[in-house]
Design a protein around this ligand. Sequence first.
Ligand code: FES
Length: 225
Amino acid sequence: MSKQSADASEGAQRKIYGAYDDPGTPEEMSRRSFMANATLAIGGIVGLTLAIPIVGSLLPVASDATGNWAPLTADELAQLQKATEQPVKLTFTLKSQDSYLPMQASPEYVWGIKVDDEAKFKQARPDIYGPGTKPLPYNAVNMDFVIFSPICPHLGCRFEWQQAASKFHCPCHGSVFSFDGEHLAGPAPRGLDPLPFREQSGVAQIMWIRYKASVPDRIVISYQS
Ligand code: FES
């Protein structure tokens, strides 16, 4: 490259770099800073709009939230009323809604027992009524019935009633529970979990609650299946 063309190229480069260093007129500077601030503000609003629902959906269910009451059919209530020494499996439709998703309806079941002697039931359940236990925020015994969640408090399997042994038995790790839901054997840390049960305008209703597994206390983790 000749000296002349090298000088010309160096001059052009200085001009380009100079343009970057030049802050411009005061009007240009204030227009630039206005555009920068406006871009930041719009970005912030868009970010917040997206973040609020995402963060909301990730938050755990508030501890004072309550679930939906699900009605039992008249047949199921009649079945429960006839029950004496055998628990009754009650099926119902559980309706639940998760954040922004539409309402979901799924078939569920619980176990119901008839309790003729409430004092005896309370004696059999030190994990609910014993000294030092946190009281349930609802009565376990209602209208002479107790409704149990079908979820084993050990690791969440579904237990079954074994008629021959007159016990509830969990097939996963062998936890055994009495008719009253008392923990008799196996690794479960507490007895079966009673669920809220009530009568409203002649219709029996139950509320589904999922309690934390593997801990002695009943800690609500969800009102959904
Ligand atoms: S889940 Fe029931 S005993 Fe382990």
